[in-house]
Ligand binder design. Structure first.
Ligand code: NAP
Length: 494
């Protein structure tokens, strides 16, 4: 189930939020601690108006909420609101059974809150929060919460790949606890939110306007990741990197899978230890993954087979499982060539100036050199340019001398991260004057049109945006993952 967390300040705004997202969600969590004081009373009728199952939550400040009342006042308000037609009520793990006894209106007999909820078929969620990490005894913690008779919920903060593996182990370790809620918060938790079913969680939370890193919107969860449709048969793919959440690759692969009716999902994984990720890949049966900074070299010791390009470039951006073996390929190489291969074949590109000498530059220079294009590489750190140039039989220079190559080449390729958001005002080729006859190709894809490309276009040059290469290399990955061509009718908005 996908649960929309509601954090507006009025009931009407919360209801409007439910309406906007109704088609994506199965239930909602009403966070009454976000409501204005004068709105609190109206919360009791919320489930009737919302017309879907609702979790009632009144979160304390120490658990990331806004309720600063005394514990007695908070629980008593929660008790009154729970008289509404809610489906679940969230109670924090440290609230004692004795604190959940309230005086009846007649004031004589005490009412046992948990018993009353049970008699009205309202389920209690016993929740535990950790905003710093994942407790070492998390399995024990969940078992203890479950022993109270309700639904155990743990919202914890994984900080590395091993923490993520721990969350994915919950399903295997605690199979007997059928209904449970597991949430990995923060950037490391994103894969656990999307693959919540693989962690054994009965639901995953989403918010209309994500306000914290790692939160996802209902639209993303439902339409991009189809998170609620993941099942035992779903083939898991993904991208590993650090950082990785900025990636546009899910926008290529997930719509592609859906278009060919392939039960698969493509998920971003923050990865510090490649070794640990390969363990997770075996555990949850990952079939293939893209690789980005800083792991394009780190994955190589784990590969049973590599292509000629990976061997030559020393960089692998795609890994696929083939007959119980991991195979490494490099789709940046062919993805880069795709928009210019005809121009190379027609002899329109015979020389190129490559700005930058990092991982992407290495793939590009090899692709150009293997097609007999003469390359001059310029870089901020001259030694890096020299090392690539020596390896690829190219010429090199310092970035400071870029101006001396103005108008002397057929193609200028910008391969540094300069000009990328949030520094989109930066010009990666300061000092280079476009003549108008050369082709300008920028690898940066966010923003779509960089200062470098704008300047080239103004001078009359043909320009190629980084998003073209991104899409082309993604299509090749899709073929490696699925064995099918990328569906031509799908046009990802990158
Ligand atoms: P990388 O290995 O870290 O290389 C970074 C390069 O940028 C190095 O040459 C570095 O110079 C240079 N650089 C960084 N900051 C600079 C600055 N302030 N001034 C001048 N030069 C600077 O990164 P990468 O993997 O090659 O990726 C580079 C860019 O290509 C990224 O923006 C990435 O998103 C993009 N990319 C796009 C695609 C696509 O499909 N469109 C594919 C791959 C990569 P030093 O040697 O002096 O440090």
């Amino acid at each position: 189930m996908l649960c929309l967390t509601l954090t507006e300040s009025t009931i009407d705004e919360d209801l409007a939020c439910v309406e906007r997202n109704r088609k994506y969600i199965d239930l909602a969590e009403l966070r009454v601690d976000f409501l204005k004081t004068e709105e609190l009373g109206k919360a009791i009728d919320f489930p009737v108006h919302a017309k879907l199952p609702v979790i009632l939550t009144y979160r304390r400040v120490c658990d990331g909420g806004k309720c600063a009342l005394s514990e007695k006042q908070r629980l008593s308000t929660l008790f009154s609101l729970a008289q509404g037609k809610f489906s679940y009520v969230d109670i924090e793990d440290d609230v004692k059974k004795s604190e959940l006894k309230f005086k009846s209106q007649e004031g004589e007999k005490k009412i046992d809150f948990e018993a009353q909820m049970k008699s009205r078929n309202i389920k209690i969620i016993h929740s535990f929060h950790d905003f710093e990490g994942v407790p070492a005894d998390i399995f024990g913690k969940i078992s203890k919460l479950a022993s109270r008779g309700g639904i155990p919920k743990v919202a914890v903060t994984p900080n590395n790949m091993l923490d993520v593996i721990t969350l994915f182990r919950i399903q295997e370790e605690l199979k007997e606890i059928k209904d449970k809620i597991i949430i990995g918060m923060g950037p490391w938790g994103v894969c656990t939110r999307i693959l919540y079913k693989k962690c054994g969680s009965m639901l995953s939370f989403c918010t209309e306007v994500p306000s914290a890193i790692g939160q996802l919107s209902p639209k993303e969860m439902k339409e991009l990741y189809h998170a609620d449709k993941v099942d035992e048969q779903t083939h898991v793919y993904g991208i590993i990197g650090n950082p990785v959440l900025h990636t546009s690759s899910p926008l290529i692969h997930n719509p592609g899978f859906a278009a060919i009716h392939y039960n698969a999902v493509y998920v971003p994984f923050m990865v510090d230890s490649v070794r640990a990720f390969f363990k997770l890949a075996e555990m949850i049966h990952i079939y293939g993954f893209s690789v980005t900074i800083p792991h394009k070299r780190n994955v190589q010791p784990y590969l049973g087979k590599i292509t000629r390009e990976v061997k030559q470039i020393g960089s692998c951006n795609t890994v696929v499982r083939i007959q119980n073996m991991w195979k490494g390929i490099n789709t940046d190489y062919y993805g880069f060539l795709a928009p210019i291969s005809e121009l190379i074949a027609n002899g329109k590109i015979k020389s190129a100036l490559v700005i930058g000498a990092g991982g992407a530059s290495r793939a590009i220079i090899w692709a150009l050199r293997n097609h007999a294009v003469k390359v001059i590489v310029v870089n901020r750190t001259f030694e890096h340019a020299k090392s690539i140039a020596d390896e690829t039989m190219s010429t090199c220079d310092s970035l400071d001398h870029i101006g001396s190559y103005s108008g002397k080449v057929d193609l200028v390729v910008q391969t540094t991260s300069v000009g990328m958001v949030p520094d989109e005002k930066e010009d990666a080729a300061k000092g280079y004057l476009f003549s108008g006859s050369e082709i300008a190709y920028d690898l940066v894809y966010r923003p779509k049109e960089t200062v470098f490309l704008r300047r080239a276009e103004k001078a009359g040059c043909k320009t190629i945006e980084g998003s073209r290469m991104l899409l082309e290399q993604g299509k090749l990955q899709f073929e490696a993952f699925t064995g099918y061509h990328y569906p031509y009718w799908v046009k990802p908005e990158l």
